[in-house]
Design a binder for this molecule. Structure first.
Ligand SMILES: [Zn+2]
Ligand SMILES: [Zn+2]
Length: 172
């Protein structure tokens, strides 16, 4: 009898017994509705409203981040044409430098969309020299030019992933 009284039901699913509570608003939630965050279980509404407050980037941040990513990655990719194999070691370092430069420019503001836009700008910056070479040679890609492009391609992938994960990976 007493146990019956203590049974709570999920607010979103009135027929499902709740085994958890959101640790922010204390709402009873079922396993389906619970989202495991770094600080414990939360309801979807709380997670959503929190994500909104984390999206603090302004349009200036977008402008700065995209410009820095584009310019620095482009400069780096020009160097890659000269250093070849050493790209493997230098690309992650370049990624860290670019990510730090962007982080300083946008201060502590953050947003997932901003980081995604930055990653796209990084990829474009890395591919730009290749695209201009392709445009100059009239898109005649032979086996030789594929070999020529292998390092810029590796560079672009390494730098883009390094920049994105360094920016987005900062603990919330
Ligand atoms: Zn909640
Ligand atoms: Zn539920």
């Amino acid at each position: 009898m007493t146990t019956e009284l203590n049974v709570t039901y999920c607010e979103n699913h009135p027929h499902v017994e709740s085994t958890l509570r959101c640790n922010r608003c204390d709402k009873p939630i079922c396993v389906k509705c619970a989202v495991l965050t770094e600080t414990g279980y939360r309801c979807k509404e709380c997670v959503r409203s929190q994500q909104k407050t984390f999206d603090t980037a302004t349009w200036i941040d977008y402008l700065l981040a995209v410009a820095i990513a584009l310019i620095l990655t482009y400069i780096g990719s020009l160097i890659v044409f000269r250093i070849g194999f050493f790209t493997i070691f230098l690309a992650p370092i370049a990624g860290i430098i670019i990510a730090e430069a962007i982080r300083r420019a946008i201060r502590r503001r953050r947003s997932k969309r901003l980081f995604q836009a930055t990653a796209v700008a990084t990829a474009i910056g890395g591919l730009l020299p290749m695209l201009s070479v392709l445009a100059l040679t009239g898109l005649s890609i032979g086996l030789g030019s594929l070999f020529f492009f292998i390092w810029p391609l590796i560079y672009t992938v390494l730098v883009t992933s390094t920049v994105y994960y360094r920016l987005a990976g900062i603990s919330l």
